[in-house]
Design a protein around this ligand. Structure first.
Ligand SMILES: NC(=O)c1ccc[n+]([C@@H]2O[C@H](COP(=O)([O-])OP(=O)(O)OC[C@H]3O[C@@H](n4cnc5c(N)ncnc54)[C@H](OP(=O)(O)O)[C@@H]3O)[C@@H](O)[C@H]2O)c1
Length: 245
């Protein structure tokens, strides 16, 4: 049994992972910005077998709120064994191009906030001597593309940060997992036409739990995205610029 904090616990992907934790009796501490959405999820996870499902409301954009949330999680769980950082927003790329403030806001939620939060978590786990931090990035961070480079660049910055943190903690008993989903059918992608490359949240949630159990450093989910992104990264720039990716 593990003590697991999930930040962004109303995310469709996080909820699917949380159900698997609950079914094996893990103790959960669920953090999200909307109490009304979070309460029924916590109740459901208790029914599914979670030994605890405490809740905490926090807008992750408010960096000053992170410390109190972590204090509350420690009060509830005692020791934090694992953390899943799942929140994020998919900004309107064209709005970000038109308005620098929109681009900065997208970066705040998808890069600045998780970097601040994971820094605080890592320091606590380092003091405690063990733990796992899993963070949901995106395949979009693997190469900047015209269609979503503000979001993609934030996820790229986050991935590089996690690489460095993993390097810093390499000699410790603290593991860092970078999760790179491809296209997933969740509320985040509600406006996007669904094609064969879309996975369901159940599949991605399952892959996340498996990777956390195995203490992996990085996963693509579904796994075929590793090959797709390797190819996309290799396309020469003049050819790439003739595409509409
Ligand atoms: N869906 C995809 O195709 C896809 C692909 C690659 C990566 N991802 C990543 O997967 C993660 C989960 O997304 P999802 O697909 O599960 O979509 P989702 O169901 O829309 O979940 C997004 C979550 O982020 C939360 N959130 C956004 N801003 C927040 C803030 N300032 N403070 C606290 N919570 C905030 C949302 O809270 P509310 O419930 O209050 O809105 C929601 O729970 C995200 O990091 C996303 O970037 C998704």
């Amino acid at each position: 049994m593990s003590n697991i904090v999930i930040i962004g616990a109303t995310s469709a992907i996080a909820e699917r992972a949380a159900r698997r934790f609950a079914e094996r009796g893990d103790a959960l501490y669920l953090v999200a910005r909307r109490a009304d959405k979070l309460a029924p999820i916590a109740e459901d996870l208790k029914v599914r077998g979670a030994s605890q499902a405490g809740t905490h409301t926090m807008d992750a954009d408010d960096l000053d709120a992170h410390g109190a949330m972590l204090d509350a999680a420690v009060d509830a769980l005692g020791v934090i064994d694992q953390v899943l950082v799942a929140y994020g927003t998919l900004p309107d790329q064209q709005a970000c191009e038109a308005d620098p403030a929109s681009a900065v806001a997208a970066w705040h939620t998808n890069a600045v906030s998780p970097i601040a939060l994971v820094t605080a978590i890592a320091n606590r786990l380092e003091a405690q001597g063990h733990g796992l931090i899993a963070v949901i990035g995106s395949v979009a961070g693997d190469r900047g593309r015209a269609s979503n480079y503000v979001y993609g660049s934030a996820k790229a910055g986050l991935a590089a940060f996690l690489d460095g943190l993993r390097h810093r903690l390499a000699d410790t008993d603290i593991d860092i997992l970078t999760i790179k989903p491809g296209l997933v059918d969740t509320p985040m992608t509600a406006e996007i036409d669904k094609g064969p490359l879309f996975a369901d949240a159940e599949r991605v949630g399952r892959d996340i739990v498996t990777a956390m159990d195995k203490r992996r450093a990085e996963i693509y989910t579904p796994g075929f995205w590793r090959l797709i992104m390797a190819i996309i990264r290799m396309v020469p720039r003049p050819v790439f610029h003739r595409t509409k990716l």
